[in-house]
Structure formats: structure tokens, C-alpha cells
Design a protein around this ligand. Structure first.
Ligand code: TRP
Length: 438
């Protein structure tokens, strides 16, 4: 069977950036910045992204494009004589875990779009803060409403994946990503013009390093993996649909850059507003759903901004969910020789059923949320660098990244990448993982 491919470099970039930019940027990043001390956390995060995680992104990209195969097959095909399919299976587990809570938040985004369209926040302008807390609690409660939105979200993601790579994923992300960018910039500008916005900017950009602890490191690392989509095969799977003539370093760097830019812009859209209205940034996961609506209720034009904001959240989330779903679907298609249709139906139904547990209980939701990013993803990343750097011949990596010697990069940069993949990354990830187990 002939494998589908992306139609253009731009298509690859928007699909990859679509995978990376998601709830990680708009929901997780702001609440982690808020609970981990602001600017100092951001600086730590930036260093981890560009020093440590970018070379990991190259690794996933290389293994995927080299083997042109699904996550499980890739680790037996990449280097002859070394079968590490187990890494692929761990990745499958990770993708499945993330898909069991991610669509729940996706469902909330639809719920909040509906509320915003009904001017529900405006109507609450005079209500006490507890009313907004209640609204969020109600959204999270196991009910026919939350089940419906969760189901709807999964079906939409399934429909895009059903249409395939070029006619589904590429076709939709191509207009969703630019739209997303324009919309998030509009909100950031709106937020910057609020009286009192400066305090939010100080919080984002004036570091206070005394607040960095061991836990901050783990959170920053987990977030870097989560936000860049590394550690469970999204990048690898998309890369397996990339043609041999593309420039891996360029595409990966642009993906990381776009993702980081989105996180910073999202922070700039949210924090100045939080400070301008005298609210606390340290709210945690409820920041977007219990705190922001209070702002929308009071802000001039707040209802429109609210519709826009939750629509952005939905688009960002769905373009990420499809990259996780494609990981599972491609394995079923190629390992079990099923049709795409049958594979998508099976996987969406499975994710839906497992997800119901996260709709049902916040403990299960929290478990999947924290366990996947702070344990499975770093573990997947650790095994990936050990595989590429030590188990397989490292020359395969160098060969693939230069398109068999046809592309040229700075010699020192390549040496640095080699050093990170073989020594620095395994060491740092190992130490952080070990520290987190205590
Ligand atoms: N990166 C996405 C976000 O920020 C989520 C995501 C998609 C992901 N695919 C992934 C996270 C693979 C880890 C691994 O929302």
C-alpha cells in the first residue's frame, strides 16, 4: 500500500506547529507560569526548550522520516539489528493517556464557546467570584452536558483524521493555524491596552530567581516535552509522511520557534488581564475557566473577546489532538492491515470510553494529566536519545539530518547537537526523573 504524504513544506510546518501549539500553550503554560513564579520559570523553560528539547525534536523527526513507518515499526527499522519496538509501545501508551484527558478540556472549550455566545459571562457581571468558580465546577461535573461536549470533540477530531494526511490533517491545519495566530494576537493587544496591564508584564518578564526549586525544574521539563509534542510519537508519525528532500533542522527549529512564540503571546494575552483586574495568577488549572470569565464579564467588549478566546482554545486543541490520534491510527493501519476508516473508528471509540473516566472523576483526570507529562514523556524522550545516540549507529542520524550529505550546517552546531543527544540530554532527563520519584 502506498503511504500518504504531505503536499508542501508549508503543509508540514503548519501540521507540526498545529500539533505543538495546543492546550499546552494556552491552558497549561499560563497556569504553570502563574504557580511557578512567573519570569524565572519562563527563562528556565526557554533554556530547556532550545538547549535540550530541540535536539530531541530532531531525533523524533529523523527516526520518523528515515523509516517512513508508524511508531512501533520505526524502532525496529531505523537501525538494522536493534529492535526497540518497546519504545514505540511506551509511546502508544503515552498518546493514549494524553487522549484520555485532553479531549475533556477540548469539551470544556466547546462548552465555554456556547456560554459565551449566550452572553452568559456578561449576565454574571455583578455576581461574586464564587459564582464563576461554581460555573467551572458545574462544567467539570459528570453530566449529560459534559458527556455530550466530550463526545462531540472526539468525533470532530476523528473526522479530520479519517480524511487522511493531505486531504485531512494538512487541509485543515493550513487555514486553522494562520487564523489562530491572528486571533491570539488580537487578544494580546486588547489585553495590553487595559489600564494596569504593566503589572502582568512585570510578572512575565522580570525574573526573580529565588523562586526556582527542584519542582520548578520538573514542571518546566515536563511542560517543554508536552508543549513541543515530544516523547510519544506525534512528531515521529508526522515526519513519516515527509519526503526525503525536506530540511529537518529547519522544519524542527521553526516548529519549536512557533510553539514558543505562541506560549509567550498566550501569556501576554492572559497575565496583563489577570493583573489589571486584581486577580491572582496562581489559581492553577482553573485559571482559564474560572478566572478569565470574570475578566470577560467586566471588560468592554468582553463577550466578543470571550467567544474569540474559547474558539482559539478549541482550534489549538483540535489540531493537537489529531496528531495524537494519528499516532494510534497509523499503528493499527500498518500493523493490523486495517483500513483507515476501521482504524479511526476503533481508536476514537476507545479514546472516548477511556476519556469518560476523566469526565467522571477529577482524580483520574489529574492522574492522566500529571502522569503523562511528568513521567511517560520524559521517559520516552530518555529512551529515544539512548536509542538514537547509543544503540543505533549515530552516523544514521547525521546522514539523515544532512539529507545524505547534501545539506550543510555549521560544524560546531552539529557537534553540539551530538553532545546533547549522547550525553547532556540522557543525564539531565535521568536526574530530573530520579529527583521526581522521591
Ligand atoms: N503539544 C500539544 C499541546 O501543547 C499536545 C500534544 C500533541 C502532545 N501531541 C503530543 C504532547 C505528543 C506530548 C506528546 O497542547
Amino acid at each position: 500500500m502506498k503511504r500518504d504524504h504531505f503536499g508542501s513544506s508549508f503543509g508540514i510546518l503548519v501540521a507540526m506547529a498545529g500539533s505543538a501549539v495546543g492546550l499546552g500553550n494556552l491552558w497549561r503554560f499560563p497556569y504553570l507560569v502563574g504557580t511557578n513564579g512567573g519570569a524565572a520559570f519562563i527563562i528556565l523553560y526557554l533554556v530547556l526548550v532550545f538547549v535540550l528539547c530541540l535536539p530531541l525534536l530532531y531525533c523524533e523527526f529523523v527516526v520518523g522520516r528515515r523509516t517512513q513507518s508508524n511508531l512501533v515499526t520505526a524502532f525496529s527499522r531505523y537501525s538494522p539489528g536493534s529492535n526497540w519496538s518497546i519504545v514505540g509501545i511506551l509511546g502508544l501508551l503515552g498518546a493514549f493517556f494524553i487522549l484520555s484527558f485532553y479531549p475533556v478540556v477540548g469539551g470544556w472549550s466547546i462548552d465555554y464557546i456556547v456560554r459565551a455566545i449566550g452572553f452568559e459571562f456578561k449576565d454574571m457581571a455583578a455576581a461574586p467570584p464564587a459564582a464563576f468558580e461554581n460555573m467551572f465546577q458545574q462544567t467539570m461535573t459528570f453530566s449529560s452536558r459534559s458527556l455530550l461536549f466530550h463526545f462531540l470533540y472526539i468525533v470532530l477530531a476523528g473526522l479530520i483524521v479519517l480524511a487522511g494526511i493531505r486531504d485531512g490533517i494538512e487541509r485543515y491545519t493550513k487555514w486553522m493555524m494562520p487564523l489562530l495566530f491572528v486571533m491570539v494576537v488580537i487578544i494580546a493587544v486588547r489585553s495590553l491596552f487595559l489600564p494596569g496591564a504593566q503589572a502582568g508584564l512585570d510578572f512575565l518578564f522580570k525574573p526573580n530567581f529565588s523562586q526556582i526549586t527542584g519542582q520548578t525544574f520538573l514542571n518546566a521539563l515536563g511542560q517543554a516535552f508536552f508543549s513541543l509534542s515530544i516523547g510519544c510519537g506525534s512528531i515521529l508519525t508526522y515526519a513519516s509522511y515527509v519526503k526525503r528532500s525536506e530540511n529537518i533542522i529547519k522544519l524542527s527549529s521553526m516548529t519549536a520557534l512557533t510553539d514558543t512564540m505562541f506560549a509567550i503571546i498566550a501569556g501576554t494575552a492572559i497575565m496583563p488581564a489577570v493583573f489589571a483586574y486584581g486577580l491572582s495568577p496562581g489559581e492553577g488549572p482553573g485559571l482559564l475557566f474560572a478566572v478569565l470569565p470574570r475578566i470577560f464579564a467586566e471588560m468592554p467588549m468582553g463577550s466578543w473577546i470571550a467567544i474569540l478566546f474559547f474558539f482559539i482554545l478549541f482550534i489549538a486543541a483540535i489540531t493537537s489532538s489529531i496528531s495524537l490520534l494519528e499516532v494510534l491510527v497509523s499503528v493499527v493501519i500498518e500493523k493490523l492491515h486495517w483500513s483507515r476508516k476501521k482504524a479511526v473508528v476503533l481508536m476514537t471509540v476507545l479514546c472516548w470510553i477511556v476519556g469518560i473516566f476523566s469526565v467522571w472523576s477529577t482524580e483520574i483526570f489529574d492522574f492522566f494529566n500529571n502522569f503523562s507529562s511528568n513521567l511517560i514523556l520524559p521517559l520516552g524522550g530518555l529512551l529515544l536519545v539512548i536509542y538514537v545516540g547509543w544503540i543505533a549507529d549515530f552516523r544514521i542520524f547525521e546522514d539523515e539530518i544532512t539529507n545524505e550529505g547534501r545539506l550543510h550546517f555549521n560544524r560546531y552546531y552539529l557537534r553540539w547537537v551530538r553532545f546533547v543527544i549522547r550525553y547532556l540530554a540522557p543525564l539531565i532527563i535521568f536526574v530530573i526523573l530520579l529527583a521526581s520519584l522521591q
